[in-house]
Design a protein around this ligand. Structure first.
Ligand SMILES: [Zn+2]
Length: 120
């Protein structure tokens, strides 16, 4: 037996080397906190992806559209967040936020598309 420090409340307690918490309550609240941080992180990213998808959907109501990068940025589109990529045989790379995708045509020009089936 040696003095341990609870990683939740910081209290000293007697316990084996592998014990991290002074009591069950501290273990539970430590786990809950970890989970809520992870949930918050995932929620933020999901919100960004959802917003990106909504922007693409709004700008592409018919399934095919051409928009400028400026338009996308003005709406708050974040280019570093997407759900998957699709490379064509000809070497073009589509990026998708769920079923809504885009392809860069020129430095300030994007083609918008919709995919019905999921692709990895
Ligand atoms: Zn404790």
């Amino acid at each position: 037996m040696e003095k341990r420090t609870c990683i939740e409340c910081g209290d000293k307690f007697d316990g084996r080397r592998d014990k991290k918490y002074c009591c069950d309550q501290c273990r539970t609240s430590y786990f809950n906190k970890q989970n809520s941080d992870q949930n918050k992180f995932m929620r933020n990213i999901n919100n960004i992806l959802r917003k990106n998808r909504r922007i693409l959907e709004t700008m592409n109501p018919t399934g095919k559209a051409t928009v400028t990068k400026t338009d996308l940025l003005d709406e708050g589109f974040k280019f570093s967040y997407f759900t998957n990529e699709y490379k064509t045989k000809t070497g073009k790379t589509y990026r998708f936020c769920y079923e809504h995708g885009y392809l860069q045509l020129e430095s300030n020009l994007f083609a918008l598309v919709i995919r019905k089936e999921y692709v990895e």
